[in-house]
Design a binder for this molecule. Structure first.
Ligand code: ACO
Length: 761
């Protein structure tokens, strides 16, 4: 879901010759974020390095332990905990000499530096560098208003002081060390360039590389918002996860830019998709805004790059950043590369072409390695090389022009999806809370929602709408355009009952039938999959039944009555409808995936057609009164690649086919070796199963498919059954019991199929 803007994070100028890093003060402390901060410290360090040795010792004395007598425990008066007073002026803090008594233990400062007598100049300079970093952090702690940031500064402050005392190297003691996620942002962006643009001529690819470099640079100097700012802006986000990343970023990337005694890492090298996801939308928006504002200042040679190519690059990258199935985040993205040739990886594998649309469990597509090419093929599989070839043309951004997305044939939610990508609209799940201080913006949105619902659902009493929208147990997925609420879905989650009740759903009048309603519902579905609730129930009013049907709702309720009676509110004159979610479907991308699949099939058909040189005259028999002919008698049909599965009887009567397949399935299910295949394989029982097996199948799923009349041909039925055996033999070793069961059951299955005359004996 998009993150709303509103909080200005620091960003360096795009296209500027040098990127100017911002200083600590990510928490929004005014003044402390001056870019000159690091320069000032650098100048001070240089001055101190060239000052006489006594001066250096004076500086170090106040941070070093007293050696006067064994019993003195003083660590130097500037090493007290916590830092005593607000920072002193430079003159005050330097006004010490070695004969002066220490302000903490009263021994002379000279007694604090006896250990440094024989220390090399280089080591002295290193320690002085840490001292200046400590002093800078000390200023930051006092200026910083954000509690989380302050705490990190303080920890680093203590760490640096300790390393002066112990004359050691500052080492961050964390449970995890960088990199924190793989692949890194840098690797992911590189993969993206390979994935989407490797087919371009080298000059154009060079331009893309330049954009990628520019983007990575921006991230490395990007000021993250503080966890509390983020909580306000995206209330339902993973706050704990963000805070962990924010702390790491401060310690390893941000503070070390100024305190160079700390080891510094690039954000793009130690963080991965998670951090990128939390900054991308806002960052993209701000970068584009900045580009627009500064367009007249841009050097002419950079203008096209930044104003034309950069927005497009960001849009395409955004899709991969938020996609559930983008291969660029796979660790072995380049696994299939041979001899330095980086292939364009297919997003879909062959069978998904026809299985996925009817609800097959689809795992996020990873790039297909050569290993997968070697997997046993099942009836209906299309050769991988062919798929790769076709995919190479499909993933070409020029192949599917953006304007065509908005044509009469485009999916209903296409325009809304694009608007979201461009930042025109945003989606947020919001709600009222009795425990947290009300956030003004959220309250304004809740009032906006109450207005939209009241206008669009005139038969609902306004007070009732207000009560539910502001009830802390209800949440609302809100649709925001230009900072204003234009629609939403108010819902109540019942995790213990396994469903969510949709209470109100509306889009403001002048924004209806633009796909917003569909996109809202898709976001709501993804939100629920994330929260592991897989059923929606709603009382749809008479006029909205059509809309809910189009969103996958039906009057056939899957949730047992005992689960919802007494929980869901009953509305007079409305129809109870339910929708079961499939956790493997990325709903907000569903229409795009289908579109790409259609495109692949179209291309495959075109290829086949191009191979056929002979054109047959059309069939004339129907004019002569013939009503039906066998498929294989159509001239040229076999040349197109069509062939019956084995030789056998294709039952044309759907009811006859259904009852034959039902009997066979019942026989198979009752077989003594069927037990391993009765239900989908549980992740907990077979570790890594779903990484190995891309197209799982089981007898329960087959029964459901049969019941929903999916098996319109015996071929589909046989392909699914064969998939069960092939999967089993692929995952399990030959000596395993499962493997043996698969062999025996397969034999039995083919006997039954032959008996039914579906294949030749
Ligand atoms: N009846 C039949 N079909 C409809 C209706 C309807 N009332 N409203 C929209 N559709 C269709 C659209 O034509 C479209 O079909 P298509 O994809 O074949 O072209 C599809 O549903 C989705 O259209 P969207 O543009 O995505 O939906 P929209 O942004 O218009 O939002 C909504 C739909 C929320 C129902 C909106 O029309 C609305 O606010 N209506 C008034 C309030 C209302 O009736 N809300 C539901 C009450 S029940 C309840 O809240 C639990």
């Amino acid at each position: 879901m998009a993150d709303s803007a509103g909080i200005q994070q620091g960003s360096p100028a795009i296209g500027a010759a040098g990127l100017v890093p911002a200083a600590p003060g990510a928490g929004g402390t005014e003044g402390s974020g001056a870019a000159g901060g690091s320069a000032r410290i650098a100048v001070k360090k240089a001055q101190l390095r060239s000052s006489p040795r006594p001066k250096k010792l004076e500086k170090l004395g106040v941070y070093s332990s007293c050696k006067a007598e064994g019993a003195c425990k003083c660590n130097g008066w500037k090493s007290q905990n916590p830092p005593p007073t607000p920072p002193q002026t430079e003159q005050q803090s330097n006004a010490v000499n070695l004969q002066e008594p220490c302000r903490s233990c009263s021994h002379t400062l000279g007694d604090h530096v006896t250990h440094l007598e024989n220390v090399s100049e280089e080591e002295m300079n290193r320690l002085l560098g840490i001292v200046l970093d400590v002093e800078y952090l000390y200023t930051c702690i006092h200026k910083e208003e954000d509690a989380d940031t302050k705490q990190v500064y303080f920890s680093l402050f203590k760490l640096l002081r300790k390393s002066i005392l112990q004359m050691g190297k500052p080492m961050l003691e964390a449970q995890e060390s960088p990199p924190f996620e793989k692949p890194s942002i840098e690797q992911g962006v590189n993969n993206f360039v390979q994935y989407k643009f490797s087919h371009l001529p080298s000059k154009e690819r060079q331009t893309i590389m330049e954009l990628a470099k520019m983007f990575l640079n921006q991230i490395n100097y990007w000021q993250l918002e503080t966890p509390s700012q983020r909580r306000q802006r995206v209330p339902n986000d993973d706050a704990a996860g963000y805070k962990v990343n924010y702390t790491r970023w401060l310690c390893y990337c941000n503070v070390p830019q100024f305190c160079d005694s700390l080891p510094r890492y690039e954000t793009t090298q130690i963080f991965g998709r998670t951090l990128l996801r939390s900054v991308f939308t806002v960052m993209r928006k701000q970068l584009l805004e900045q580009a627009r504002q500064e367009k007249d200042k841009l050097p002419p040679e950079k203008r096209t790059l930044i104003l034309t190519h950069f927005p497009k690059f960001l849009s395409m990258l955004e899709e991969e950043v938020y996609s559930h199935s983008s291969p660029i985040w796979s660790q072995d993205f380049l696994a299939g590369a041979a001899g330095g040739q980086i292939p364009i990886h297919p997003v879909f594998s062959p069978l998904s072409l026809y299985i996925f649309p009817v609800g097959e469990k689809r795992k996020p597509s990873e790039p297909l390695s050569h290993e997968e090419n070697k997997r046993p093929r099942v009836v209906g599989d299309i050769p991988m090389d062919l798929i790769n070839e076709v995919m190479a043309t499909i993933t070409d951004p020029a192949a599917i022009p953006e304007t065509s997305l908005l044509s009469a044939h485009s999916a209903r939610d296409e325009a809304a999806r694009l608007e979201e990508r461009r930042g025109v609209i945003e989606f947020h799940v919001i709600g009222n809370s009795l425990n947290q201080k009300p956030n003004k913006r959220i309250l304004m949105w809740l009032v906006g929602l109450q207005n939209v619902f009241s206008h669009q659902l005139p038969r609902m009493p306004k007070e009732y709408i207000t009560r539910l929208v502001f009830d802390p147990k209800h949440k609302t997925l809100s649709l925001i355009k230009d900072g204003r609420v234009i629609g939403g879905i108010c819902f109540r989650m019942f995790p213990s009952q396994g469903f969510t009740e949709i209470v109100f759903c509306a889009v403001t009048s002048n924004e209806q039938v633009k796909g917003y309603g569909t996109h809202l519902m898709n976001h709501l579905k993804e939100y629920h999959i994330k929260h592991e609730i897989l059923n929606f129930l709603t009382y749809a009013d008479e006029y909205a039944i059509g809309y809910f049907k189009k969103q996958g709702f039906s009057k056939d309720i899957k949730v047992p009555k005992s689960k919802y009676v007494g929980y869901i509110k009953d509305y007079e004159g409305a129809t109870l409808m339910g929708c079961e979610l499939n956790p493997s479907i990325p709903y907000t991308e569903f229409s795009v995936i289908i579109k790409k699949q259609k495109e692949i099939i179209k291309k495959l058909i075109e290829r086949k057609q191009a191979q056929i040189r002979k054109v047959y005259p059309g069939l004339s028999c129907f004019k002569d009164g013939v009503r039906q002919i066998p498929i294989e008698s159509i001239p040229g049909i076999r040349e197109t690649g069509w062939k019956p599965v084995g030789k056998g009887k294709e039952l044309k009567d759907p009811d006859q086919l259904y009852s034959t397949l039902k009997t066979i399935l019942q026989h198979v299910k009752s077989h003594q070796n069927a037990w391993p295949f009765m239900e989908p394989v549980k992740k907990t029982e077979a570790p890594g199963y779903y990484q190995v097996i891309r197209f799982p199948m089981d007898l329960k799923t087959m029964s459901e498919r049969l019941k929903s009349r999916y098996y319109t041909t015996r071929k589909l039925f046989m392909a699914d059954m064969q998939r069960i055996f092939t999967n089993c033999r692929e995952y399990n070793p030959p000596e395993s019991e499962y493997y043996k069961c698969a062999n025996l059951l397969e034999k039995f299955f083919y006997t039954k199929i032959k008996e039914a005359g579906l294949i030749e004996k």
